[in-house]
Each structure stands twice: as structure tokens, then as C-alpha cells.
Design a protein around this ligand. Structure first.
Ligand code: MN
Length: 260
């Protein structure tokens, strides 16, 4: 033990414990340390960073090192770190998500939120996703996850920083390389469908058409759409520092008098 302690790697996702991407990630990390899975027992995509406080959580011990939780991805990380695991993990790996998590979408993503929760608890973490629909090829993402995990275990990560990785849905020989990117921006369009139910009442369904993206250079979206693996460092301080002075200049006060 001590310096030679075997790394403990916690794996989670938001697609559920039965997903093929999770299996591929676990297999890729095998051999780097002890791998334990604590993942939602069903799909919880777009759960964001929600935490279940209104009811108890149940954990099913599915197999050696595999735990299913009837909660969100954030619940999984919290339970794992605060109670289930015998020691603190050295790394949290989330994914491999079925579908991209780029640009503004990271705020909805349960996969990215797993990594956010780990980062809040001071544990190095990354989220990894394959950008595609339907038939997904996890080979490139699995291979890159292992390389990245090796580096993080060796070097650690900058404080309050998690890595968000998006991998094109291509076999390894078709990948152009690895690009360090920034978050792209979606162009919002008609994504809510309004229909009438059999009783004549309106209902709404979010998620109609595919999103369009702005295409400035250096973004996650641009990298992935040109065949590169995108690696975006994210941090948890959402403060817009450039806006602080502008807002101070508004001179806001409660009673409308001159600012203090
Ligand atoms: Mn998902």
C-alpha cells in the first residue's frame, strides 16, 4: 500500500448500467487499477446535475464491482464516494456516452455532470462521448479513454477542472488526431413539437430537429466534425469576470438612492 497503492477508478454514466458504451469504458480501463462501476439502473440522459433528495435511493449489487442505483448520475457519484466505495477513488471516468456532449449541451448532460460532481469532491474526472446516432463504434473512444486515464493518474488535473471528451463515430484509423478545444455554441431552432392528443388537448415534445452549430474555429463541434477527438477543459466557476465591472457600473441599490 502507500505509494504503491493500486489506483481505484470509479466509472459511471447516464445511459444506464446496461449500456454498451459503459461496458467499453470499463474494459478499456481494466489493468490501470481496480475499476468499480456505480451507475444509474436505467437511462438518465439529460438528467443534468440533479440530486435526489425527496426519496431514499436503492443500490443493487449486480456483480463484482458493479452497482446499479435508482437515481441520477450525480446520486451515483455522491453515493459511491460518500458510502459505497471502501476508499476514495483516484479517478472518475464517465461514459462512454451514446451521443455527443458538446457546447451548451454539457449543462444538460448527466455524463458530464458525473464528472462535475467528482470535481466538486476534489477527484480528477473526465467525461467521454461518441458523437453519433444509431450504430456507434466505441473503439476509438475506448482506446483514447485509456490513454487519457493513464495521463491523469500520472499527472493529475488542474484544480477545479474536468475534461470533456467527444470522439467522432469513426474507427481508430480514420481519426485525424486530438484537438484541445473550447465549448462551441448551438444555434437554437425549432426543437419543440406541438401536437394535439386524442382528447383534443395540446401536448409538447422537446427535441424535434437536429441542432445547428455556430462554426468558429477551435471549438469542440468543429474538431469532431472534421474527424478529430475533441478534448475541452471545463471549470466550475461560472462567473463571467468581464461582466463584473459593467454590473458594478449599474450602481444597483435596494432603495433607489446612490450606490453605497
Ligand atoms: Mn446519455
Amino acid at each position: 500500500m502507500g505509494r504503491e497503492e493500486r489506483p481505484l477508478i470509479l466509472v459511471s454514466n447516464d445511459d444506464g448500467i446496461g449500456s454498451a458504451g459503459l461496458q467499453a469504458l470499463v474494459e478499456s480501463l481494466r489493468g490501470l487499477g481496480e475499476v468499480v462501476v456505480v451507475a444509474p439502473d436505467r437511462e438518465r440522459s439529460a438528467a443534468g446535475h440533479s440530486l435526489t433528495l425527496s426519496r431514499p435511493l436503492r443500490v443493487s449489487h449486480i456483480d463484482d464491482g458493479w452497482y446499479g442505483v435508482d437515481g441520477t448520475p450525480t446520486d451515483c457519484i455522491t453515493l459511491a464516494v460518500m458510502g459505497l466505495l471502501p476508499r476514495r477513488p483516484h479517478l472518475v471516468a464517465a461514459g462512454i456516452n451514446h451521443g455527443s456532449n458538446m457546447g451548451d449541451d454539457v449543462t444538460y448532460s448527466g455524463t458530464v455532470s458525473s464528472a462535475i460532481e467528482a470535481t466538486l469532491q476534489g477527484i480528477p474526472a473526465f467525461a467521454i462521448s461518441v458523437a453519433g446516432e444509431g450504430e456507434l463504434d466505441f473503439q476509438s473512444a475506448a482506446r483514447f479513454a485509456r490513454r487519457l486515464a493513464e495521463q491523469i493518474l500520472r499527472r493529475g488535473l488542474p484544480r477545479n477542472t474536468l475534461l470533456n471528451v467527444n470522439v467522432p463515430n469513426l474507427p481508430p484509423e480514420a481519426i485525424q488526431g486530438v484537438a484541445v478545444t473550447r465549448q462551441g455554441r448551438r444555434v437554437y431552432s425549432e426543437t419543440v413539437v406541438r401536437k394535439i392528443d386524442p382528447r383534443g388537448k395540446a401536448y409538447y415534445w422537446i427535441g424535434g430537429t437536429d441542432p445547428a452549430w455556430e462554426r468558429p474555429g477551435g471549438t469542440d463541434y468543429e474538431a469532431v466534425s472534421s474527424g478529430w477527438i475533441s478534448l475541452t477543459p471545463l471549470h466550475l466557476d461560472l462567473t463571467n469576470y468581464r461582466a463584473i465591472d459593467e454590473l458594478k457600473a449599474w450602481g444597483l441599490s435596494l432603495n433607489g438612492g446612490p450606490p453605497a
